[in-house]
Design a binder for this molecule. Structure first.
Ligand SMILES: O=C(O)CCC(=O)C(=O)O
Length: 287
């Protein structure tokens, strides 16, 4: 294992803003291969993966329409060797996580965010641990652009410094696709701290604190935006889980876990905290 260390700038960004970027975390050619694997899944009549309950428009029977059905796919990383070895279970990513989490790490969540050209929808303002509702602030979140992510095609936006505000209870509005930060609170945070657009090239990664407030807008542009995201954690941080999804070892005692399929980590289960509370009224989403 190499000993990755952040640059001074990355460390300062992590501490003050709550996120930092790694340019060329994996070679661009590899990122483009991974995108091909995801596109292959999207075009299958039944991708056989966990998908959001928010299929996107249009839902026709052309290859283009089939590729535009889903906003998010989950649980594919440990099933696809190319994605596992180049990303979730790679030395490139685990050596970064090791700097923050230590020598024994598992993958807590893995998902793919698909934002097709013109129809790609927004991910509402949220904190990851506001959605998890397990009280964990220390897991390590990472997101890789497979297509270039730009302001035009809906790159991620962060409120710098919002990771210091603690976990804010999330709610659902009538038009929410999942729990989200209270919209009036987001307006106030943006007025106070501004918003940063995180533009990335294929193979670049952004890592963020689990409490940072972030969002991605719809994609009106002619360019699709596919990205793969993950969350690493440790047995010390994660003593409980809320989703019926397995966790997978990536690093044990400083050794990269190279087995495929990856070995599942044993984590004590606790019960699901129940639905998000409903908002009293529904203002327009914050964009
Ligand atoms: O890729 C996106 O649009 C949203 C990603 C996100 O919010 C997340 O991974 O928590």
């Amino acid at each position: 294992m190499n000993n990755w260390e952040p640059t001074k700038e990355q460390l300062a960004d992590w501490q003050t803003k709550g996120y930092f970027t790694i340019r060329g975390a994996i070679p661009r050619d590899n990122a483009i291969e991974l995108r091909g694997v995801i596109k292959d899944f999207l075009l299958r009549p039944d991708p056989g993966l966990k998908t959001d309950a928010d299929p996107m428009d249009p839902m026709g029977d052309t290859p283009q329409a089939r590729a535009a059905r889903f906003r998010k796919l989950s649980g594919f990383g440990p099933r696809l060797p190319l994605i596992w070895h180049h990303y979730y279970g790679s030395e490139a990513m685990t050596s970064v996580a090791r700097y923050f989490l230590g020598d024994t790490i598992f993958l807590k969540f893995n998902s793919c965010f698909v934002k097709p050209a013109r129809t790609g929808s927004a991910t509402p303002w949220h904190q990851d641990n506001g959605l998890w509702r397990d009280g964990e602030t220390e897991p390590f979140n990472f997101w890789m652009a497979l297509d270039p992510a730009t302001t035009e095609n809906g790159c991620l936006q962060f409120i710098p410094g919002s990771h210091k505000l603690g976990i804010i209870p999330h709610i659902v509005y009538e038009d929410s696709i999942h729990g989200e930060l209270p919209r009036d609170k987001v307006q106030q945070m943006i007025a106070d701290s501004g918003v940063e657009h995180c533009e990335l090239e294929s193979g670049d990664v952004v890592c963020w604190h689990s409490s940072i407030c972030h969002y991605s807008p719809p994609n009106p542009s002619p360019h699709g935006r596919i990205a793969i995201a993950g969350v690493y954690s440790t047995p010390q941080i994660t003593r409980r889980r809320q989703y019926p999804q397995p966790y997978y070892w990536v690093l044990r005692n400083g050794e990269l876990c190279t087995a495929f399929p990856p070995e599942q980590a044993d984590v004590t289960e606790v019960s699901w905290p129940g639905p998000f509370p409903a908002a009293e009224k529904t203002p327009a989403p914050v964009s």
